[in-house]
Design a protein around this ligand. Sequence first.
Ligand code: SAH
Length: 214
Amino acid sequence: MGGFAKERGRMVERHLKARDISDPKVLAAMGKVRREVFIPEQFRINAYADRPLPIGEGQTISQPYIVALMTQALELKGGETVLEIGAGSGYAAAILGKIADQVFTIERHQPLADLARKTLKAEGIKNVTVICGDGTKGLEKEAPFDAIVATAAGPKVPETLKKQLKISGRLVVPVGGAGYFQRLIKITRTAEDKFEQADLGGVSFVPLIGEEGY
Ligand code: SAH
């Protein structure tokens, strides 16, 4: 595992710091969480390459830079309650859990949800709760959230998720047509009925499948 620690440090320097990731909390979290344990054994050798990797069920763990970019966009200072749609391997949730107080993450594939839960537990991460279901409906019973992030792309920003934000809460979600090219959209709820929108650039995600997705 010593080799992985060194590779992880190099990943933070080369793929994050050398680009536009500057939030010290995000850099610290990315330097701590062991990405290799969230990846199927046969692909672990590539754990610190800056690219997505297959995790089963036709899904992928996002590339480290994108996880860092999305986490940074959420502007977490510590103490927040965060919702993630698309737990997948649980890696991004683990990163969020290093910064926020409490993380809820929803995954529609039961085997992925079960494995993510198991990996997070084995890593001693106790503030992340994995739920199996359709994340496009959010998580009404734990709402409102300081921040919400979706790691799968829908045809539009799910209205339900916007409504589960606190005032001044942030929602980061990839939006675009079917296929694998989307825009990363950031919504800030500035008042009860007021939302500001920013475009953070082009991204490529698996589809968000559900009531307010595809
Ligand atoms: N954050 C993950 C990335 C997983 S890819 C990680 O760090 O590994 C996106 C995931 O979103 C996939 O596992 C997919 O099954 C899931 N997904 C797609 N639509 C969903 C929905 N409506 N609700 C919950 N999960 C969904």
